[in-house]
Design a binder for this molecule. Structure first.
Ligand code: MG
Ligand code: MG
Ligand code: MG
Length: 309
């Protein structure tokens, strides 16, 4: 009997962790004789991830628009259904490997679920590989390294854990690369925003929260020069207002994050914009608040905003 196909993928608006962890899962499954596992992506490849694929000379996973009922799937780097593929409710989720809060998630049968509060999904994969004593190939090491560097901004984000630091050190040796040089080049590749429209920019890395009567988006753009991005403030705000209308949002927060100095300028728009003032104890000026030392949506933006909306 022909093996049933299994799709492995990360969240919508895929980031480097979502893509690299999916590709890693496919590679590891093939090595273990699981020919039927295939990595997929739920959106366009961003420029940071493209840098990694170019470096490795690898093709990006194919786009997955929706899944049929009963389709076997593995989720990495997410679990919330509203961040997943269309049709996920009726899919057959056989495994999850993730480092996010568990939310809006349920299955009808028992599954493999690995959740660890680390900075990156790939750190979980690396730890599992270490426990099993498997040899880590160079390409696998670079996939994991890239994901960890991306999610932790080269270990500078407050989401960084001891496990991430250990993984980067050991994977750097296996990959035999200068982690800082490679990481900085990779992160910088992701900050080239020139050929994106404002509408694309506010959607590049956007996460929707839709629960308990709350509906808001926190989007993030990485840059090495905040004033450069703010030259487009007016058009960005137009795009944000369009998103608010189209998706019936109460609030849209755009974090423009300086990855070198670890600060964020946030733009907050919507009927609940004042919640952001409460969340950070600062007044919005010209729809903006500057947040020193804030780079992590998961740890520093989502919890206070979610609490106040
Ligand atoms: Mg992610
Ligand atoms: Mg991640
Ligand atoms: Mg991210």
């Amino acid at each position: 009997m022909e093996n049933e196909k299994v799709y492995v993928f990360g969240h919508k608006n895929p980031d480097t962790d979502s893509i690299c962890s999916s590709m890693l899962h496919e590679l590891l499954s093939k090595k273990n004789g699981g020919e039927c596992v295939e990595a997929r992506r739920l959106g366009n490849i961003n420029k940071e991830t493209q840098y990694v694929l170019n470096y490795l000379g690898m093709e990006s996973p194919k786009l997955l628009e929706k899944v049929e009922p009963g389709q076997k799937v593995v989720l990495v780097d997410h679990n919330e259904f509203n961040q997943s593929v269309e049709g996920i409710k009726d899919a057959d989720i056989i495994e999850v490997v993730d480092h996010h809060r568990i939310c809006n998630f349920e299955t009808s049968v028992p599954i493999h679920y690995t959740a660890r509060p680390y900075g990156c999904t790939s750190t979980i994969f690396y730890e599992i590989l270490k426990i099993t004593g498997a040899k880590v190939e160079k390409v696998e090491a670079i996939l994991m390294l890239s994901a960890i560097i991306s999610d932790t901004l080269l270990l500078k984000s407050p989401t960084t854990t001891e496990q991430d630091k250990i993984a980067v050190e050991e994977l750097g040796k296996i990959a035999d690369i200068d982690v800082n040089e490679y990481g900085l080049n990779m992160l910088k590749a992701g900050t080239n925003l020139d050929d994106f429209s404002e509408q694309e920019l506010v959607n590049l890395d956007a996460k929707l929260v839709d629960k308990d009567g709350k509906k808001f988006v926190i989007a993030q753009i990485n840059t090495v020069n905040i004033p450069d991005v703010l030259k487009r403030q007016q058009k960005l705000e137009e795009a944000i207002n369009q998103e608010i209308q189209n998706k019936d949002l109460q609030l849209f927060v755009l974090a423009i994050t300086d990855i070198l100095n670890s600060n964020s300028q946030i733009i907050a728009i919507g009927e609940k914009a004042n919640c952001v003032e409460q969340a950070f104890g600062k007044k919005l000026e010209n729809n903006m608040i500057f947040l020193e030392g804030v780079v992590s949506r998961k740890k520093q933006l989502l919890p206070p905003i979610d609490k106040n909306v």
